[in-house]
Write a protein that binds this ligand. Sequence first.
Ligand SMILES: [Zn+2]
Length: 305
Amino acid sequence: MSTSLAEAYAIRQWWVRSRPNRPWPSARLPGSNPAKVRSRPLRLHPSSSASWRPSLLPRYHHPVTDFTDEGLILDTLNYRDRDLLLSVLTPHYGVVRGVFRRARGGRAPRAAAAQLLSQVRCSIHQHPSADMASFRDIDPILSSFGLTTDLKKTTVAAAVAELLLVFCPQGEPASRRYRLGVAILNALLGDVSPDGALAYTQLWLLKLSGFLPPLDSCSNCGAQFTDSAVISSLGEGLHCQDCAPSGPSLGRHDLDVLQSWIQAPPSGISCDPPPALSRWLDRISQDAAERRLKALHFHRRHGAT
Ligand SMILES: [Zn+2]
């Protein structure tokens, strides 16, 4: 019995089990007489000599996926007259890209719920053979509208959304990255250092993606840091004084702050990170992303003052 025939047999067994009152749909077998086959069920028993083709499956066997999930709006782009193209980070399906039809215009534009970095609940239709999903509806859970009164927080929110978009794979569950994004949104809406929240996001996304070098030992020789760590041109990691005698350094306090961010939520970040630390995180993020991070660059140039 060939594998495909075994699969077909299993499908039929499942059909009979789950729908005892409905007969297996008839179909025409290749090379057979359609006049005789029309009233005869498809023969799929292992003893059958019929050759099996997947195309014989009725069309309604193809899965069409409708699902509802929470999400963070990571990117929006106007499309056609009234549509929006959206990239949404969901905890269970990763980044979902799709069209939100009839989102703009009208008396109550639905696009109002799709602000950058807003937390929403969305109903999504994703056909397996389609590249783009279709957003049926989007309801706000926590809007990022409160950030628009602060230029620095607005540019940080855009940079955070860009980082999440770059470091989250499409179609894979991303619950930890989603929780990180929601925690950062809550922190930014509260009283937190925007640059600290951005550095926290970079640190955690690098850690979750496997790009974060050791924070307690030299990346070159493995020696434990005692007082300070040097950011040198030797590589992306931190180095000891013996391996890198010159270069900007992170003091003991900065290293302790980095370690504490690994254990604590972002709501407690009250002070800006040292400039050397921000530059180092920017460099690693940029190299890991393998593309220019436009929103991050914009924040460093225009939003940081
Ligand atoms: Zn070393």
